[in-house]
Design a protein. Sequence first.
Length: 192
Amino acid sequence: MNPVMQATDSIASASATPGGCAIANVGTDEQRHVVGIGEFAVSDRPGDLIVTHALGSCIAVCLWDPEAKVAGLIHFLLPEARINPQRAADQPAAFADTGIPLVFQAAYKLGAVKSRLRVRLVGGAEIAGNSTGGNTFNIGKRNLLAAKNVLWRNGVIIENEEVGGRTVRTVHMTVDDGRVQISTGRDVVVTL
């Protein structure tokens, strides 16, 4: 069974996990979890907010279970761990193929159920272009395809996406209602 599909019976405690990732259990203090590149956060505290900044060619996979009130977000950098095996060992959340399963596993530990998850994708812009306006590496497109591939192989349906283009995005995800608000600069662009 693929790691994205595996739920675990153990319940996570509030702690940091390898690769700069946070798991938060129900508590009384509301918290803002800022997710950097190659990191993820998962929370079941209703007042919490999960935020990631500067999504260019990177992708944020946002997941939310409306019954368990569990939200998670990963900000991955590159499509495949084989691009840099050493970095993948040190920071698995930097890659779609190794990071996406981690955020799902962490959400399962807090009570999320795969069949109830609402999954949204944000990012995948083509920021670095050449002088003719094209993009030699197509990292944004490759990241988007990698995320969709991992999710599709595991039977996870993507509910909505705000991807592509040439805009850097910031994502704010609320744990209590799963709302994903996307902004560019000071302007709110869309709410998923």
